[in-house]
Design a protein around this ligand. Sequence first.
Ligand SMILES: O=C(O)CCC(=O)C(=O)O
Ligand SMILES: [Fe+2]
Length: 226
Amino acid sequence: MALFARKPNGASPLRRQFGETVGARLDANPAVKRFAVDGAQIYQHPDFLDAATCDALVAMIDANKRRSTVLAEENIQEFRTSESCDMDRWSPDVRPTDEAIAHLLGIDPVQGETMQGQRYAVGQHFRAHFDYFNEKQAYWPQMIETGGQRTWTAMIYLNHVEEGGATWFPQIGIRVGPKKGLLLAWNNMNRDGSRNTETLHEGMPVVSGTKYIVTKWFREGKWIKA
Ligand SMILES: O=C(O)CCC(=O)C(=O)O
Ligand SMILES: [Fe+2]
C-alpha cells in the first residue's frame, strides 16, 4: 500500500509528518509543557479535563469494565492485569472528550482508535511495552486494514491515586504520577518516522487506591472508514 510505504526500519514520510505537525501544535500551546528529554517527544497538559467530566468517565468505566487484553502473541496473563472497556465515541458523554483530544493534537478524529477506559485495582499494572505495532507479528495485516501504525498516544488520569500507578518511561527517565485531569501525550515514532524504542513505558502497580485512565491511540491512516 503506497500510503504506508516505508523503509525497512519503519521510517516513512507520513509518520515523520505527524511528529512535526503535532509537535509544532503542542509546542505552540501555552497550556502544554514538553518534557525536557531528547529521546522522545512527550508532553503534558496538567488541567486538560475538568473534575466533573473525569468523574463521569470513571462511572462509565466502572459500569462497563472487563478484563484487559493485549495484542501480542506472548504469554500475557500477568502482562496487563487491569480491567478495560471501549468508550463509545458517539455517546454524548464521551464525544466531547474524544474530539477534544484529537483537537489538542491536531489529528483528524477519524484516525483515533476507540478510546479505552482502564481501571487498576491495588497490585494491578501494565508491564513495560510499546504502543506501536510490531510489523512482523501476525496481527499486522489486520492493523493495516484499520489505519496502519500507531503514531501518537494520549492518556488522561481520571482520579487521584493514593499511592503507586505512575506511568514510567525507563529509557528516557520520566515517571508521571496520576493527577486528576492531567493529559500525557507522546509520539511513538522517531523524528524520521521510525519506531522509537525509547518510548517503552509501563503502568506501575497501584499500591493504594484505584487508578482510572482513558487512553487514545492515533493511527497514521483512518481508523474509521467513511
Ligand atoms: O496505565 C498507564 O499508566 C499506562 C497505560 C498504557 O501504557 C496504555 O494504555 O497503553
Ligand atoms: Fe501504553
